[in-house]
Design a protein around this ligand. Sequence first.
Ligand code: GA4
Length: 333
Amino acid sequence: MVVHSQSAALDHCSLIKTCKPTTSVFKGIPVVDLRDPEAKNLIVKTCEEYGFFKLVNHGVPMEFFTRLEAEALKFFNLPQSDKDKAGPPDPFGYGFKKIGSNGDVGWVEYLLLNTNPQITSLKSLTVFRETPEIFRSSAVNDYIQAVKRMTFEVVELLADGLKIEPRDALSRLLRDEKSDSCFRLNHYPPCPELQALGGRNLIGFGEHTDPQIISVLRSNNTSGLQICLRDKTWVSVPPDQTSFFINVGDALQVMTNGRLRSVRHRVLAESMRSRVSMIYFGGPPLSEKIAPLASLMAKGEESLYEEFTWWEYKTSAYKSRLGDYRLGLFEKK
Ligand code: GA4
């Protein structure tokens, strides 16, 4: 996304929404230390209250972050025509401004790939019309493997905290070799022309909840991520390039019968600095029934949702617009 002139750039942005930068900074951001003996209870508490927390002391070496970030920038700095060879996303591949296939747009370019072991192996990366060089280095694979391992630990602690039995009821879905998980590298280029719009912010990635069980995000030191609190106010999350930010997804909301809530979030692009983020979305196998876990249900408690498989939910999600309340279709009337 090379920006040539102000008018061209604003033309570029014309379909993309802007908003006033009025959002306040999230001061009381919930932080969980993975090495804290109380971590399991804190994870439950923060997921109940916010569907979101920052994870520190996570054990993933910083070197994995810097290597992947450098590779990502190398790819995103290629000429547009080279990047386009890895697109358009269907849904995997390189995407530029278009998000999904139902008309959503944002000031973002990205690489989206499946993390199913059979698919991430270099050979099967032919999902791309041309395999981008970034996948020839081990940076993507090393990062994904390390983040997956850490995520399994997080969801096992969550299961302990919620007294879910067996404690691998959630992690087994992510560990499964058919787990329908994916990985996304996002690049939000700077948009200096925004200054001309009175300091407004461009929507990089519009508000939405993630459909999966859990999402694990890491970004460089730029701001932009915002979450919606229970009282419907938006707050911006101060960046921390050394930590992870964890989101509860829709599937986990259903599996806990609404006790945990998937968090609405969005990303605003900065006018001067480019933001890079990397997100692992942990999802279950396509055939898995998504329903409240028996060990979490009180006597006589009924499911708030109709029963559905992850395939059904995902298919419906891909027909929706980014900001839609996707679980609405599956709530019992
Ligand atoms: C949001 C979470 C993940 O980024 C994603 C997104 C997907 C896409 O970019 O292709 C979707 C979006 C996400 C939810 C609704 C549909 C599908 C774009 C869109 C409009 C990869 C995912 O799984 O769902």
